[in-house]
Write a new protein. Structure first.
Lengths: 195, 195, 195, 195
DNA sequence: GATGAATGAGGGTTCATTCAT
DNA sequence: GATGAATGAACCCTCATTCAT
């Protein structure tokens, strides 16, 4: 469905990000998104076959960007523990800098399994694997205990950060600063998984 | 709105739990819930003013039960670390035993801020505080480092468990058993927060 | 349908009069009428088969009373012109004293032909005929011109009074007093039909 | 709400006129009106926000037309009494030629104060004032007695004509011809108000 | 007779999607 | 490709009426 004219496609996704974040997927109207994007309702259907597809494309695009950025950040450190701390900080920073996107991922990602039966959220799996790989590396380097199961630990760590950011997204004010929260949360896991 | 006849009220909530879990709130039809409950569509409106109210009541009821159970479980242990491990185990057990409820809380709770503007999820806050109180107790007993911020740690711990159970709820098969996951996750936090 | 227990029947009609006047027939709910009457919803259906029947019974009862009163008033005068003036005065007085009833007759009587296919409004015809008979008497006594067609004049006179009272019923304040309006309107007709 | 496409707007009003007249406002279904207009249900909501709005627009449009026609007719006469007679004739003629519209105004206008709380029926007031102005003119020219109160007389005259036409609209056959009725009714008022 | 919880048909309204221009 | 008026299926909710107690 995606045509060559990526500019308009991106404009639609940008508008949808704003509207989905404000109203939620189900309450967001195509006409609102079109208006926000400065185009006609029908034009959206030239670029996306269904309303669902906008959300999927939105995920893909945002996650691709997020994934790329995080990979770059992690590669700047060589120590697995430093990588974990950096991951925590940039994950929370990302949320801070992209409230709308964050809110959608927080809220609508959960629903994805419902209305997008066949949508395999590969990008999200890859994001989780960034953490899994760090842990694996830590185990291989003897820094992390062999008892640690990366498949559990990566989810636990992501969940910890995610819940923290959910709290921030939904409450309007931020109680703890990003550095503090990142350091706290990464310290639980670093100390908790240490050999 | 709730009448004396709690039996029917509970029957509706039970039906709604099943349908909301299967379809999600927005795709769930009142007529389906009514059919599942074995009553007429209109009967639902004797007990609930709006579709939204069913979800709110559902939250309240489930959370009340969950909260009560968890309080009891925690009180069976005196050591804060044992409490944490027990919390982890029973939280995951709860999810396992109440897949439908879990899925709704996982998925729809996120949306609550969207369609229930004025719904303050007090019960959830209390649930989080169960963890916060254990951590506080641990700090007071000198078992947990003074550096630990309970407001962050309680969310991190809940988030870790929550993401784990989300994984289980959405994927149909369970990769790790409950005991293992509970022990892993609680160990990260126990070791991570230890003095 | 009407049972012996006229007391309850009248209580229902009294309540319906109030509610129909306030909301109109279609927006009035049976449950509201029942509440106003201090009885259960279902009880109404012991006395009336349908919602429509309450309105019909209401008409019948009110019109019977109105008809009786007006007959008595007219009989107090012997001069046709005096009868006309008295009719005008008491018609307007009646409206004044029975705002609710008046509003229903004003508003709902018009709709009667729609939802009460088989309801022949005999009492209203008799009320009109009170005027018609006076005019006929006036013609016979040589007071009223032979050109006057009672079938037209009775409706014109009733309509004149009716429009005046409609104005009063719908606007909350009364601009002209009853005596003035009655004297004005009857004078148009008396002078207008005079031989 | 009203778009540029007045053609469709008028088509909807025409269909609504027919359906409202046949069934009454409350029993008329949007789907029926849409079918009668040869459009989809939803299309109606492009032009009118609510069912009520169709009725309001219908009034406005019809009254505007009626008002314009009557103004023209009256201006053709210079003598106030001739104006009154012409008013009577054309009012009744109008009813005759627009049975559906008449029935709606007769029946539904009465309900207007109920469901259109804030709708001020200005056009109707202007219509009444056409009569009021004639009477005022008659008084100024010394043709009509100074005792006559235009505010009462205009309503009485309109009411007389209105009741007559109501009779015609509701009974299917016409007992008296228009000319006769118009001449009778106007003569009551002309002779009745004469100086 | 009285109750009021339960019923379920019915209808106004929304909005994703289409398609003629 | 872009438009936006038109479509019509879908669904929440109301409320007159019923009937077991």
């Amino acid at each position: 469905m995606r045509h060559k004219n990526n500019e308009k496609s991106r404009k639609i996704i940008a508008a949808a990000t704003k509207i989905f974040a404000k109203k939620g997927f189900y309450k967001a109207k195509i006409s609102e998104i079109a208006k926000e994007a400065g185009i006609a309702d029908g034009t959206i259907y030239i670029y996306f076959k269904h309303k669902d597809d906008i959300l999927i494309a939105l995920f893909e695009e945002k996650m691709k960007e997020v994934l790329g950025n995080m990979k770059k950040q992690i590669s700047l450190e060589s120590d697995p523990f430093a990588k974990i701390e950096r991951f925590a900080y940039f994950h929370l920073k990302l949320i801070e800098d992209n409230k709308d996107m964050a809110e959608i991922i927080q809220v609508e990602l959960r629903q994805s399994s419902k209305f997008m039966k066949n949508y395999q959220n590969k990008k999200f799996a890859q994001y989780l694997d960034l953490i899994g790989d760090i842990i694996q590396e830590g185990k291989e380097k003897g820094l992390i205990s062999q008892d640690i199961i990366p498949g559990i630990a990566k989810r636990a760590f992501f969940g910890a950060l995610d819940e923290m950011s959910r709290f921030w997204v939904l409450s309007k004010r931020r109680k703890y600063d990003i550095e503090t929260a990142a350091r706290q949360i990464s310290s639980y896991f670093i100390n908790g998984m240490k050999n």
